[in-house]
Design a protein around this ligand. Structure first.
Ligand SMILES: [Fe+2]
Length: 150
């Protein structure tokens, strides 16, 4: 038994967050592989930390959908397709990768704010708590990326 009736605004925003989080994970992995330049070691390690953290996050987000008695995406297309983050250039110079990762992070943050609002409005504090935790993590990353680009 789920503790909440699935609220469509909440589950839609949760699905978008899952897609964008999975896309960001894949971007981090591609950048981890292909980044070049004098900051190679730092960025290679940074992107590894990112995809490692996101791997745990996407699992928590998908399992929250299940706890709300909604199936996680059932196709690869659906896993990728409910989000807002577009494709990337995985052969770009390091600075463009950092800027691109910041842009993707900001899209995920915008989606998480929708999820925080929808779950707050629905009285779903567990999903709201998940959204707040993810927001804190991605906002910290966005700050670090902005600092790197100054
Ligand atoms: Fe690696």
């Amino acid at each position: 038994m789920s503790t909440h009736k699935a609220n469509p605004q909440v589950t839609e925003a949760l699905g978008a967050t899952l897609s964008d989080s999975y896309t960001l994970l894949q971007i981090a992995h591609i950048y981890h592989w292909n980044v070049v330049g004098p900051n190679f070691i730092k960025l290679h390690e940074f992107f590894e930390e990112q995809y490692t953290e996101l791997f745990t996050a996407v699992d928590d987000i998908a399992e929250r959908l299940r706890a709300l008695d909604v199936l996680a995406p059932t196709t690869l297309k659906a896993l990728r397709g409910n989000g807002t983050i577009g494709d990337i250039d995985g052969a770009a110079p390091a600075e463009k990768m950092v800027a691109g990762y910041l842009e993707a992070t900001e899209k995920l943050i915008a989606g998480l704010k929708k999820l925080r609002k929808a779950s707050g409005d629905a009285g779903d504090q567990e999903t709201e708590d998940l959204a707040i935790g993810r927001l804190a993590s991605h906002e910290k990353t966005a700050w670090m990326l902005r600092s790197l680009l100054k």
